[in-house]
Unconditional design. Structure first.
Length: 177
């Protein structure tokens, strides 16, 4: 039989080409016994790629949703912190204004007492039983060497520093997270 095939080169060539085509078609299309061929494998890989692409898109969408939620939570947190800080600022300003008004009223009262006891409005002698005030204006020095105006300035500065310390402590208590 081999002699029959080899006797005619064209016949042998065509049989070899047919065998190659048969093997290639089995490799490409597959056989039921051997399983799927290249086309079946391509279909499996295409389906796997499609599922990977869908999973990637879903992951990106989940990430976008998480970022949007985080942005909303961050905006709510910032609004809460800002509102708390504004409340602290308003309270500190009201407290400072109230304490400063009390200090000014006390200063005005003490300044008014300094000149009232010296003499009556008609220029008469001072009233008996009331000690004579220190000579000079409200700038005159007291026992500790400070005038009333200097004491007022010191008190005003101390009040500012006290309110600033209180404000910083309250601001530090605000949790930013």
């Amino acid at each position: 039989m081999i002699g029959f095939l080899l006797a005619d080169r064209w016949r042998a060539l065509s049989l070899a080409l047919g065998a190659v085509c048969l093997v290639l078609s089995a490799w490409i299309f597959g056989l039921p016994v051997l399983g799927g061929g290249l086309i079946a494998r391509l279909d499996r890989m295409t389906a796997l790629n499609a599922s990977n692409v869908a999973a990637h898109r879903q992951t990106k969408q989940v990430f976008r949703n998480a970022m949007a939620e985080a942005r909303l939570l961050d905006q709510a947190r910032l609004a809460r912190v800002r509102a708390e800080q504004e409340r602290i600022n308003d309270h500190a300003l009201e407290d400072y204004d109230r304490r400063m008004a009390d200090l000014r009223a006390r200063y005005d009262r003490l300044r008014g007492q300094g000149g009232a006891g010296a003499a009556s409005s008609a220029g008469a002698k001072p009233m008996p039983g009331i000690p004579a005030p220190a000579a000079g204006s409200d700038e005159a020095a007291s026992a500790d060497g400070l005038s009333l105006a200097e004491r007022y300035e010191c008190s005003a500065t101390a009040l500012q520093l006290d309110e600033l310390i209180s404000w910083v402590e309250r601001q530090a208590d605000v949790l930013p997270n």
